[in-house]
Design a protein. Structure first.
Length: 166
């Protein structure tokens, strides 16, 4: 768990293969969430969880909560909390769950370093916790633009350029 005066980020590695797939996945996830929270949240104390899972776990979550029986790269589970928490308690935003095998396949297909793709997925998932979405073209443009800005601040290239080129 990483904590400072403004936010708490708890990263859980459910699938042990994450340890060898990405260099220091815990720190990478904390850094990505911190980048989003520091630019998007004004609450005094915020809490976010990140779970590094495998495709089987994400498929089960996707089936149970979204009715889609397939793995996906990242899922976000916002708590929906918007009211000020009790004094001394953080505003709990929710959890982001990333699927290892899907993330690896996508990164390999796009020629993207695994750490960069993981950073993108964590930023993307964290923005979902904050209410960003991509259901309409306007929402997608707004969310993608914000992702690109945040990723640039983290030293990660625009992931949407690869999609345009392909």
């Amino acid at each position: 768990m990483d904590s400072d005066s403004s936010h708490t980020i708890e990263v859980t590695i459910e699938a042990p293969a994450w340890q060898s797939a990405v260099t220091d996945p815990l720190q990478l996830c904390r850094r990505a969430v911190s980048a989003v929270l520091s630019r998007e949240v004004s609450a005094a104390a915020v809490e976010v969880g990140v779970v590094l899972a495998d495709d089987a776990r994400v498929r089960a979550l996707n089936r149970d909560f979204r009715g889609q029986d397939r793995a996906t790269n990242v899922l976000s589970f916002p708590t929906g909390e918007t009211a000020a928490p009790m004094v001394g308690q953080p505003l709990v935003l929710g959890d982001v769950v990333v699927a290892l095998e899907t993330m690896q396949r996508e990164a390999t297909a796009d020629g993207t370093p695994l750490g960069h793709h993981l950073t993108h997925l964590v930023v993307h998932g964290t923005l979902h916790l904050l209410g960003y979405d991509h259901e309409s073209d306007d929402e997608a443009e707004r969310m993608e633009a914000r992702e690109v800005e945040l990723l640039a601040a983290l030293g990660v290239a625009d992931p949407y350029l690869a999609e345009i080129a392909s």
